[in-house]
Design a protein around this ligand. Structure first.
Ligand code: ADP
Ligand code: MG
Length: 554
């Protein structure tokens, strides 16, 4: 056969591999889960393609994953009879980290490592590359369904890989076989006991059966039931089952903060099993804002690009399995199906509803969710007007009275002062500076709560939000008529006539000196210890919005 073609990894992949192999990765076990989930995906992709092209399945109908151990040769092999890859697909899929943009990924990995030590690295899903934590050589033999050409991809995980044609008896008849040549200190991964336990604990619920053979020629044994977890009744599923499934479907390493599992009956019939992660997935701030919810139709994986939830819920991971959608239409058509639109709507409502329930039943757990995903959820405040009230109900804020805790708008409304007509806020990019701003002195002195909005997204929603429970949002940098009506918490010193006269003449002096640069100069109740501050007119633009627009050149 032809000589192997050598390729270098995309620069950032090489860097990533180095980081992974040389950091104290908290959990090397994950490589197996990653390989099994890729193999299961491959079987499901084939099942989907065979709907329009049944010949692809041939005699070998049922998807299966075969794991073979060889302790003597220090080798573990994971094979599937799924869709397989062509040479081009291997270069594309195994030479880059496709989903997230490797560069952004490596940057986050590096900051995480610097900031919090290498522990955190264990929380990133790194897919196929995790094999290089345990193997010093990885070979991927693959033959795409329907093709009579096989190829082998091979690498030591250092800087380059090669792709070459493979003979047909080296490669599986269809699908992919990944061979790991284990490092000396990883040789226990060729032992039955270790691997059987790993499969049971981490991959027991993938929807494809897994067969394990102790030795290359041994009779394989089935591990796990190959049944889809989400089709089982909730009462049969333990928290540990859910957590394992969450980790394999979400590529996360933590525990879910919220599990949403239900079956909808009635006009649409579908099952949803979704999770709010316990920590931020690394691709959360990807500019593409892609969700990662998978769409199944009667247990067949159709696509994970169906945008089953709006962008502001992109942190939710899991799947929806529909009983009503037709199987035999293209992925593009499915996207536009009115049935799916209805499912999307219902699923969005359900996620928000379950978040609300969590907020009520376990405020501390909800605060953690808000800390991780609040800034993403807030995007919904200017994107999804229909759900703005629900989202405002879920929103939490730091304020002049919160003492570092999160406050809801309900809390705010409950502590309104008599005569207070608005929900006051101060927006800016530095939380500390906000707290010390002269703009809030007068409000503090009257015990009026001011929301401190330091998230970049805040300026976008707050200027267009209509209000909450009848009270408009108002920036403290705009007029503050309420200050005249609400008394100071502590009585101020009486002003003598001499002081009043001095103030009046000082204001007259300022007006002539500043001329047209200001529209008015006023003695104000808004300050208590600072001497002056700039304010916008009552119906003028909020100061923060003005700055953002000025810096954007508007
Ligand atoms: P992810 O699974 O998140 O896409 P991975 O790094 O695990 O990321 O895999 C990268 C890509 O390699 C997959 O998206 C898929 O296209 C391809 N791939 C990996 N393993 C297999 C396999 N067993 N069969 C077919 N394709 C595979
Ligand atoms: Mg994967």
């Amino acid at each position: 056969s032809a000589a192997p073609q050598s390729h270098t990894f995309e620069a950032d992949v090489a860097k990533l591999l180095h980081l992974m192999v040389h950091s104290v990765y908290s959990d090397k076990d994950v490589f197996l889960r990653e390989l099994i989930s890729n193999a299961a995906d491959a079987c499901e992709k084939l099942r989907y393609e065979s709907l329009s092209e049944p010949a692809l399945l041939g005699e070998d109908q049922k998807g299966v994953i075969r794991i073979t151990l060889d302790a003597e040769a220090r080798r573990i092999t994971v094979a599937d009879n799924g869709i397989g890859m062509s040479a081009e697909e291997m270069i594309e899929a195994l030479g880059t980290i496709a989903r997230s943009g490797t560069k952004a990924f490596v940057e986050r990995l590096e900051t995480a490592q610097q900031a919090e030590g290498s522990q955190l690295i264990g929380q990133f899903g790194v897919g196929f590359y995790s094999t290089f934590m345990v193997a010093d050589k990885v070979e991927v033999f693959s033959r795409r369904a329907g093709s009579d050409i096989a190829n082998v991809w091979s690498s030591d995980g250092k800087g380059s890989y090669s792709v070459a044609p493979a003979s047909l008896d080296e490669a599986p008849a269809r699908g992919t076989r990944v061979v790991l040549h284990l490092m000396e200190d990883a040789k226990s991964y060729a032992e039955t006991y270790t691997i059987e336990n790993l499969i049971k604990t981490h991959s027991g619920h993938v929807p494809v059966p897994i067969l394990l053979a102790d030795k290359p020629d041994a009779e394989p044994q089935q591990i796990g039931d190959g049944a889809a977890l989400w089709t089982r009744p909730k009462s049969d599923i333990s928290e540990a089952d859910y957590t394992d499934f969450y980790r394999s479907v979400a590529g996360q390493f933590d525990d879910p903060a919220l599990t949403i599992h239900f079956r909808a009956e009635g006009r649409q019939e579908y099952t949803m099993l979704a999770f709010v992660p316990g920590s931020r997935p690394f691709d959360l701030f990807d500019p593409q804002r892609k969700g990662r919810m998978k769409l199944y139709v009667r247990r067949v994986l159709i696509t994970d690009e169906a945008d089953l939830l709006p962008g502001y819920l992109r942190f939710v991971r899991g799947l929806i399995d529909s009983a009503d959608l037709p199987l035999n239409v293209s992925r593009e058509m499915i996207q536009e199906s009115p049935l799916l639109t209805a499912i999307r709507k219902a699923a969005t409502g359900r996620v928000l509803g379950d978040l609300e329930k969590l907020a009520t039943s376990d405020a501390a757990a909800y605060a953690k969710v808000w800390e991780n995903f609040g800034s993403v959820l807030k995007e919904g405040l200017y994107e999804d007007f229909e759900r703005r009230d629900a989202l405002l109900g879920l929103a939490r804020f730091k304020s002049t009275v919160s003492g570092g805790e999160w406050r809801s708008l309900k809390d705010y409304i409950a502590s309104l002062k008599d005569n207070q007509t608005a929900i006051y806020y101060l927006a800016g990019d530095d939380a500390k500076r906000l707290e010390n701003s002269p703009h809030i002195e007068g409000f503090r002195a009257r015990g009026i709560e001011v929301l401190l909005l330091s998230d970049p997204v805040d300026s976008f929603w707050v200027t267009s939000a209509l209000g909450f429970e009848g009270k408009p949002f108002k920036s403290v940098t705009q007029g503050a008529a309420d200050l005249d009506l609400i008394p100071l918490a502590e009585k101020p010193e009486e002003q003598t006539p001499e002081v009043s006269a001095a103030i009046a003449s000082y204001i007259a002096y300022l007006k002539t000196t500043l001329g047209d640069d200001v529209s008015d100069v006023r003695a104000s109740e808004r300050l208590t210890s600072s001497a002056v501050c700039l304010v916008a007119p009552d119906n003028g633009m909020d100061k923060r919005m003005e700055q953002i627009l000025a810096s954007a050149g508007k």
